[in-house]
Structures are given as C-alpha cells and as structure tokens.
Design a protein around this ligand. Sequence first.
Ligand code: CTP
Length: 473
Amino acid sequence: MSYKNALKHSIFEVIGNCADDLKIDAYVIGGFVRDFFLKRGEAKDIDVVAIGSGIKLAEKVASVLETKPEVTIFKNFGTAMLKYQGLELEFVGARKESYTRDSRNPVVENGSLEDDQNRRDFTINALAFGLNKSNFGSLLDSFNGVRDLEEKTIRTPLNPDITYSDDPLRMMRAIRFATQLDFVIEEKSLQAISSNRERIKIISKERIVDELHKILLSKKPSKGFALLNKMGLLQLILPELTALQGIEEIEGQRHKDNFWHTLEVVDNIAETTTNLWLRWAALLHDIGKAPTKKFHKKIGWTFHAHEFVGSKMVYKLFKRLRMPLNDKMKFVQKMVLMSSRPVILSEEHVTDSAVRRLVFDAGDYVDDLMTLCEADITTKNPRKQKKYKNNFKTVREKIVEVEERDKIRNFQPPVTGEEIMQTFGLKPSKEIGIIKDAIKEAILEGEIPNQYAAAHEFMLKKGKSLGLKEKNK
Ligand code: CTP
C-alpha cells in the first residue's frame, strides 16, 4: 500500500530526488508518520533519516531549493536542520547506537534503517515512509507500529530495559504519550520504567519539565500523574505532591487524601482552561497541606496557613526544577496563596466589601482564581456540589457588579500623595501614608465610592482628625 497522500508537500519529492542523486536511501520517520496515522494534523517537525550522511543530504536539498535555506549543522550529533516554508526538517544518518551509562550522549556508528528504528523510543515512533523514487510513499514498519497505534499501546522496539536505560527521558515520554493519546503502556514497559526510575536523575530538569508541561496540557492530566506516581517517578520529581498522599485517622476523624483530590482538581480545571500556569496552580494549590497538617483534640485536622506555606514552596519547587522565576511563577504563587479566599467567601453571606477586597488583592487574576476555586469542588455529594457551585456563581456575579460600580481591579488611589501634601502643606511624612490607607480602606469597606470627589472630602475629614490644617484656609 502506498501512502503518497501523506507526502503531498513538494519537499518530500525534492528530498527523494536528492537522495537518488546521492545514491542513498532516505525516509521520513517518527512523529510525522505517527501523527499521519493518528490524523493529528500535519506535523511541522519532520525527521528525515538517510542511510548515509544526513548532513550531505540536507546540504544537497538546500542547494536545489529556490529559497536556498540555511543549513544548521550539529557536527557532534551528525545531524543537520533546515527551515523551509514553515517546516522544520531535521536530517540524520541512520545510526546504530549505544549509550554510556552516565550520560544521554550516545556513541554512534552508521547503521541500516532497521538499526535506526530499533534505537527509537516506541514502535509508534519508529514508523517510516520511503522517499526515493523506487519506494516513495511505502510504509516501513518492521516493529508493528501501526498495529500498536490501532491497539493504542506504547511498546518499545527493543527490550524495554535497554530502551529506557539508554535514554531515561523516555520513561517520561512513555507516560506523556499514554496521557496525550490515551494509550496503554505495555506491562513489560511499566516494569522496566519502575526498575529504571532512579536513572531519571541523569536527565536535565528542563527536559523533565517539558514533559510535565505536556502532561498538564493533556485532556486528562491525572492519567499521567497517576502513572508517574505508580512508577515511583513522581516521588523523585515532585515529592511535594506525593507527600499529600494518604488518609490519616485519629480518634475517628479522617482528612481527605489530598493527592487524589489534587488530581481531580487538575482534571476539572483542564475542562475549563488551557492556561498552562493555571493548571500548574491547580496541581500545586494544596502542597502546603503536608507540612502544616496537625491534629487537635477539639477541632480535628487543620492545615493552618497552608496557602502561605504552599506559596513559599512554589518558589523552591520552581527553582529546583529550573522553571522560570518570573511573572509565571508569581502568578502560580498568588493563586496558591489566595486559593481559599473565594471559598471562605462563598461559605458566608457574600458581602460587597469582601468581594471588593478579593478583587483588590487578586487584581487581574480574579477570574483565574475563581476558575481554580470552581475546579476545587470535588465533593461527591450532589447537594453540596450544587450548593458550592451556586455560591461561586453568586460570588462571580457580585464581582461583576462591584467591578462595574467601584473599579477596584488595578486600584489606583483617587487622591494622590502629592495632593495630600499640597492640601495640608506637608513634607513627605507618615501622615500621608495614614491618609492614603484610610481612603483605600474606606473605599474597600464601601464607606465612600471609588471616586475623586468623595475621596477628596474624606481626605479633608481624615486630615482634620489627625490635627492637620488645610494650607489655604
Ligand atoms: N526519539 C527517541 N527518543 C527520545 C526522543 C525522540 O527515540 N528520547 C525519536 C522518536 O522516534 C521520535 C523522534 O525521535 O518520534 C522525534 O522526537 P521528538 O521530535 O522529540 O518527538 P515527536 O515524536 O515528534 O513528538 P512530539 O513532537 O509530540 O514531542
């Protein structure tokens, strides 16, 4: 059977012709072929394997293309990359590889197509289409990758112990693909991952985090985290999460298992947002509960200040995993820190002033915070579920109402410090801060509207109560 329709882009014929000229065989392999069978949309990253020099083939291809794209050569890896019409083409010579035990850098020898397929991670990633004239569009599938795609199975071409030990990142990739594609990892592979788990330590944090991002961005991230947990990898990567596992019971009082609760929250939030960092916030929102857990005879289990402790832990976790310590991290910290605020709010009568304070503290992130809190409802009791949802709906409505009226988001004081100084003929002093704070408090409490005239009048009154005199009176 021919799969020429997968190779409609003119570049494939160009590569095939160049390979014919060089008298070498060339194939498109890996993700492009897999995604064609999965109908995942046309991949932009295209891996080409040459039975010979990938670099020479890339140079030849670039020379015949009208646009003459630049070829980037990675000599140490024997690969070359060129960009053409939005595609990223990577050329590599077929290799027979073995890896040294303490590094991912392989020792490379030339090999056949089968050698090359063999050293790849999964059978579904080892599929290839021929590009030479003689076999253009024919499928080369010595390892039953198509069958595994149909059976939705992640399987390694070689003995899994070798595949995972050679490149331990593949343990994460197996779990990531299983999550993204909703596939099953074959039993032998699971055993190999479990026994090779410690080797994840030789993988750079950046690559691990890349896989975590992809798992988090899947439709049902819990599948990936449950697998990471079962394989013992999560304990090595995110011990803050595994520490949430378990239910303790003292004097008949139990708390919920915050690990499985967290995974439910992450799945919930995945239904309403594709914001990666909000999904991270959902994953980490309860991490402060492990170190703050206490049992008190009278009140039972408490997790006092877990939001604060958790937000501090976010920084350490991001730092350890070499994640960005920028506004993204601050966003996650803020979400964790504020994660209980709307909950407390919705349990009581929702007052305007409490809503104003929430909007003031959360600023532009108030909607994200509400999304997080709604995802946090995991009760199995339908009556409670409905009640909490309704309460949050009320909070959301109140937010809109208060926002329209009081414009508290990104609050700017309606009266500036400068004006306070001029009014009372003051030099910079603590009185200015006191008056500014009092105005802010009066607005948040709803004593005065967030408007200039009212704030000005309030300033005069407050100044007077502090014994200050207006300058021009
Ligand atoms: N590969 C591998 N082992 C790895 C990474 C990649 O064997 N640790 C092989 C696989 O054959 C893979 C190909 O290299 O298909 C390209 O890798 P990459 O671009 O990272 O992944 P894709 O499979 O294209 O998938 P995605 O883009 O979703 O990461």
